[in-house]
Design a binder for this molecule. Sequence first.
Ligand code: AMP
Length: 596
Amino acid sequence: MPETRSNAARAPVEAIPGYPAGHPVAPNMGDYAAFRGGFSWDQARRELDGLPAGGLNIAHEAVDRHAAGSRKEHVALRWLGRNGAVQEFSYADLSKLSNRFANVLQGLGVGAGERVYVLTGRIPELYIAALGAWKNRSVVCTLFSAFGPEPIRARMALGDARVLLTTPTLYERKVVPILNLLPGLRHVLLVRGPDNEPVAAGTLDFAELLGRADERFSIAATDPEEPALLHFTSGTTGTPKGAVHAHEAVLTHHATGKLVLDLHPEDVFWCTADPGWVTGTSYGIIAPLTNGVTSIVDEADFDVERWCQILEQHRVSVWYTAPTAIRMMMKTGLAPLAGRKLPALRYLASVGEPLNPEAVRWGVTAFGLPFHDNWWQTETGGIMIANFPALDVRPGSMGVPVPGIEAGIVRHNADGSVTQLDEPGTEGELALRPGWPSMFREYLNEPERYAKCFADGWYLTGDLARRDADGYFWFVGRKDDVIKTSGHLIGPFEVESVLLEHPAVAEAGVIGKPDPVALEVVKAFVALKTGYTPSDALKKDIMAHARKRLGAVVAPKEIDFQQSLPKTRSGKIMRRLLKARELGLPEGDVSTLESM
Ligand code: AMP
């Protein structure tokens, strides 16, 4: 990997105050350097309760400890239905409902360590099920409901799903076609909608089971190292990787909720991420609840007008969203905000993709507040690098490491050793010192893939970055071919495999094509089998096949036909070259290219 010095080390520094001047609520962390110096994870642990029976359990920290104290009637979740319904759940409500679900699981004979999958939209039952499963010491795996049957099958098979909670519609459309490929799946629980559709044969009615269950439950002693969460993430090759997180992760969720998102007890917090992705569980379920705030859950998809209305009507004070959404709002302009009063809004944060400096500044224009970018990934389980309220925001930078986290820029050498690249502005791989509480404990059933992420006392993130002279980190790009589209990480291999199922496709190579709003869109290059000729109709047919199997978010948005695809002599498709050609960039080292 080339080491380059950039202007980032020398460029004039633009700084925007991180916190509204004179705001009546003081930030939780007033002095970053002092706080960082005195921080330890043991100290963070003391802010949590621990289980009466012993150990640490996410659900106890998230709901039961509040339900047992003065915050029991405080609204924990305010759910906004797609069609205007609003439902509120206090901490006491959530505690009892999750107790019921824990009893349902016990009644079904589902034990500790077994995997409970949830495939629903953002509905209250998802949150109840996750909390109840943690109480039962089962492992929660939430799947993105926009996935097609193939990504769902792959993830359920890899994780040996024992229970699935879903809706009748998703079950019919996406699960029935793959049911015979999931021999380990024992129970399917359906959440019926307002029309009370009948539940299919062989499935159970979630509401009925919950209604019959006892609302008392004692969480058994939980070792903090017990697995709690399974989140799939994509690599360049092979199957999706199942990153496993332990109950101890709650320390990071709680501490970063407090220090990075600056959650205070009276906050109304809105994390717009879907729990099918890690942000939606760590910060859409766990962190707001452990911090005892009111968390907004919106069932509907992104809509500028609706989002502005939610910010105003529900007096959101802390808002955690993503660059694609911000860029879409920027595109619409300020009209949806005209005449709205947002006096409660105090703090804006963003994650998932690089946040361009214009977007940070647009926050100031539109809301009088900058967006605070922060960085992390499925494997890290929680925020690792952030712009903090106590510091100026540097537009375009991901910020500085969270207290308790040591980050570096390194070169991973061929002999396995790691060289730290400490000179400011040097580009290298972003690496973290292992050992923080929410660090993934394994890639499910893939110890070698897991071991490859670590070298010489560092966890290697796969991202390229630079650090400036003041310690701020700047994102450069990814080391691999994984695609980020609208904040979702897509593995090209998963898409290529489905394209190859089409009878006309001989070869497929998939890249991320830069896009001004979504960051990248999935683009496929396809070579056809003998006897097939390129046509618009064939393109549509391949596209339809991909959408049906993968779902719209994962399927390619564009397909180009090629005579044949560039390959290495060992037959690997050279995505890097496809991308360089697509962008009109130099082709770089092509010494391994098979002659065509
Ligand atoms: P995921 O595991 O799906 O959450 O994706 C994690 C990846 O998203 C990281 O490894 C980065 O490549 C990218 N990412 C997340 N946050 C940021 C950010 N603030 N700036 C740039 N890239 C980011």
